[in-house]
Ligand binder design. Sequence first.
Ligand code: PMP
Length: 402
Amino acid sequence: MRDFDDIRADFPILSDEYAYLDNAATTQKPQAVLDAVERYYKSENANPLRGLYDLSVLATERYESARAAAARFIGADPHEIVFTRNATESLNLVSYSYAASVLREGDEILVAVSEHHSNMLPWQNAARLTGAVISYIECSRDGVITPDDIERRITNKTRIIAIAQVSNVIGRVNDIRAIAELAHAHNAVIVCDGAQSVPHMAVDVKQLGVDFLAFSGHKMLAPMGIGVLYGRRELLESMPPFLYGGEMIEHVTLCGATYAEVPHKFEAGTVNAGAAAGLEAAIGYMTDIGMDRIEARERELTRYMMERMQAIEHINIIGSADPDEHVGIVTFTVDGVHPHDIAEIMNSDRVCVRAGHHCAQPLMKFIGYPSTARASLCFYNTEADIDRFIESLSGLRKKMGY
Ligand code: PMP
């Protein structure tokens, strides 16, 4: 079994120059992923799903083998995996295709206030298009949405529940399985945003009982430009296409068209096979390490980081004080220091953290901070990265003249 120091050496961009702690925004890429993309373009590239010649067949095989890998990774069937550009596009696909065709005036969509804008704006738009209404579910101060919170709001008009498994601000895990059971007991579907969970823990769609799950490749070691939508097969089959054009059809006349089988019905135009090859390699790489081992290492790093943060005065951690209730994400403020100053000063110390509203403005309003800083971990981070972050954090107030 390889140790994590060894594993870190697989990432060419990671050196002693930076402590990269913005993994919730995007992760770095191991050589195996870079090689897979290069291999695709050097020896497998043609337009997939179209040509009859060998090279195009090879490109198609690579693309479909990436789909099979994504399906295995989350316990789905390959027909249930639609490739998109990112989690945002996956969620828009569900809102434009599923929601816009099933919602009727007065139907309800339950959305957690803690959602990323990518899992909120598509529902606002679906409500606008259909006359449905959104009912927002408030989270607790430490960021969790409990099945009780849902039970209080769900009605026989609820058709969709949209909720993240892990919030990108608070980092806490929601009990998706229990929420899915509640949704189904009310004939509603559950759309789960897995952008911050799938990269960090073993996720099985059948065990969770979700109807849709969205996530992005770039947050799990893969290239940018490839995302995944899992959808239960019967649902995908019942849905109209989202984008129309080449490669998603069966037959076209001047009056209309019949569409390809799922998932191709949802993949109009030339697909991103190079990024899919990278995603397949990323999944293989993470599976070789083991998702349970990844989760345990990130938990260990989170504990190391939070305990040191908690020992410094004037630092406020958002959400639970228990490190086990943060999936590698620690959002914080420093008394008297604007989060943008935190990020800038940390940048001069070569520490990369995020500052701002984290694309979750309603949540920021709800927790009472317009802006915060966020440090987020990946298994390739080290205690030395965290020490560097802590040293920078400890000196912040002094640098601001306190
Ligand atoms: N949901 C969550 C919880 C996220 O953290 C993010 C990315 N910050 C997204 C959705 C959107 O991901 P992408 O920008 O890759 O579409």
